[in-house]
Each structure stands twice: as C-alpha cells, then as structure tokens.
Design a protein. Sequence first.
Length: 188
Amino acid sequence: MNVFAILDSLPSGRLVRRIIGDESFEVFNAGERSTAIMMACGALSRETTPTVLLLDSETLEDRLLMESRLEIGGILNRSRGRTPYRLILAIPQVEAILFSDREGFEMALGRKVADLDWFEARFRPRAVFRRLLGDPEDFETEALAVINALDDAALRRMARHPIVREIRSFMAEVQEPAAKRARIRRAG
C-alpha cells in the first residue's frame, strides 16, 4: 500500500524521500505551508491513500506546538473521511534531520561545520544550512546538491531521527494487513 507525504519544500521532500527509501512512499512538494495543508485535505477527501503531512513547527515552545497541532489537525479531520493520516510537526524544521549526523552532513557539504553553527542549528537549522551554503540566491538547487551527496551510511544514521521514525511507524501501521490489525484489537 502506498503512503503519500506532503511537504512544503522540495529540499525537505528530497531529504525525507532519500532517507525513507521505500518505493511505496510518494512525496509531494506543495511549495508552501498553506498549500501543503490544502493538498493534504484534498488527498484525504478524494483518495484512500494514507497521508503524512510534514510541516515545520517553526517553534520550540510547547504551547505553540499544541496550538498548531490542534488547528491543523482540526482542518485535516474535517476532510479526512476514513483515510488514515498523520500530522508531523518537525521541531523546529525538517532540516534538523541533516544536523542529526555531523559526519555525514559535513562529508556531503564538503567541509567542517563550526561548533557554534552546529549548536545554533538546534534552534534554526534552515538558517544555518542556508548560511553554510553561502546564502545562495538559488538555495533550493544548492540544498538539493548537498542532500543528493549524502551517502548511504549518513542516510542510515539520519533515519534514527524522531521525524523519520514517526513516518516509518505510520507506514508500518497502515501497511500492516487488516487481518493482523483485527487480531491485535481483539487481544487487547
């Protein structure tokens, strides 16, 4: 069974797609947050394909995270019908996955990253990534080049990141045969 993932940026989508590496995982780039939410609503109302909506939280504050989950979750619930979905808020941004493996990221980047930049990336990963790339006019192209340069070992280590684990958990849940899910429910 396929699983759709809707994100709001091409580099984020490419990164997640490369790490998941499963043919049944289809990634769609909406280009911006509001479009991603609307695409997810459309997919949930028209399709029967389980869908992941992966957005940047843009915050580390619990209260703001909860508000976003409730607001976006409410919008998705009105559209979903019977299609399973998972809203995942990347804290603070999807690029945090890149900074979960220093060795692999530095190898793909082609240089060492200063400790101060590495520390700041915990709070502002996209801004640090952009700065490390030299703040290019075409950030998307430069970011994709680094993401494409990640080797298999780096991708395996980045797969331990909570965002990726949550996506894989959802995929396992929806791809599990219905008969097995029924047995588990009766046993509980």
